[in-house]
Design a protein. Structure first.
Length: 245
């Protein structure tokens, strides 16, 4: 049985503060997590296309631009302005990552410096998603293929070495922009956490992920309930061996 996307995790210098920011932007509820972390729960947690957002304490400073960021969608120009204003009120700020003046999206950073975009209305590619339209990643075509197989999510874009996947149930897309991929420095600030149902064989799933192209890493201790792995682009991700929803 394939892994399921359990959470998108932020390594954060102040997890509670960052959780409050994203709760204010997204309107998701803040709860205490199972591992002394802080979590946001989506409005419809039983929807198979949803995931939670976890904020994990990290003392490693942010270096350079993140390899992944959220693209938030807008139904109208007014809604885009409201989302930007709400993010600024919650502690976000405008940043310049090289975007052109004529581009319609707005680039912001959260209080920890994590980049995210508020996409203009009328974006057809994100029309069938939700408020979090995409987790947009800097990555190769091969890593898109890996994650499609790992999660069992079909490719919804595969062109010019750019790829994207989406759950069969809809919801947020995960996209990869293709090469060149910036050199990785330190642990990623955003990472995926996968989970298996309680009856699944965790070791068999680790073996399956390794066969697909993942590798083991000594980053993070394997405490029996989770194991840290690297995808083919060297991005950390976690597999929870037991279900805790």
């Amino acid at each position: 049985m394939a892994s399921q996307l359990f959470a998108i995790c932020f390594n954060a210098s102040r997890p509670s503060d960052l959780a409050r920011f994203w709760s204010g932007v997204l309107g998701w509820d803040v709860v205490d997590g199972p591992d002394d972390d802080v979590e946001l729960l989506p409005p419809h947690p039983d929807d198979p296309a949803t995931f939670r957002i976890r904020f994990l304490l990290s003392h490693e400073p942010k270096t350079g631009q993140n390899r992944a960021h959220f693209d938030l969608t807008s139904a109208s120009a007014e809604e885009q302005r409201r989302t930007v204003a709400r993010a600024l009120e919650c502690g976000g700020r405008h940043i310049d990552v090289g975007q052109l003046p004529e581009e319609g999206h707005v680039v912001l950073a959260d209080p920890d410096g994590n980049e995210f975009c508020v996409i203009e209305a009328g974006n057809k590619f994100l029309a069938d998603t939700g408020f979090i339209g995409a987790l947009a990643c800097d990555g190769t075509q091969d890593v898109g293929y890996f994650w499609s197989a790992a999660l069992g999510w079909p490719l919804v874009w595969d062109q010019d070495q750019e790829t994207a996947i989406q759950s069969p149930d809809g919801g947020t897309k995960i996209t990869w922009g293709g090469p060149p991929v910036a050199t990785k420095t330190g642990t990623n600030r955003l990472l995926l956490e996968l989970a298996l149902p309680a009856e699944a064989d965790g070791e068999a799933e680790v073996d399956r992920l390794l066969a697909l192209g993942a590798t083991r890493t000594n980053i993070g201790a394997d405490d029996g309930s989770r194991v840290m792995l690297l995808d083919p682009d060297g991005n950390e991700f976690t597999l929870r061996r037991r279900e805790s929803r």
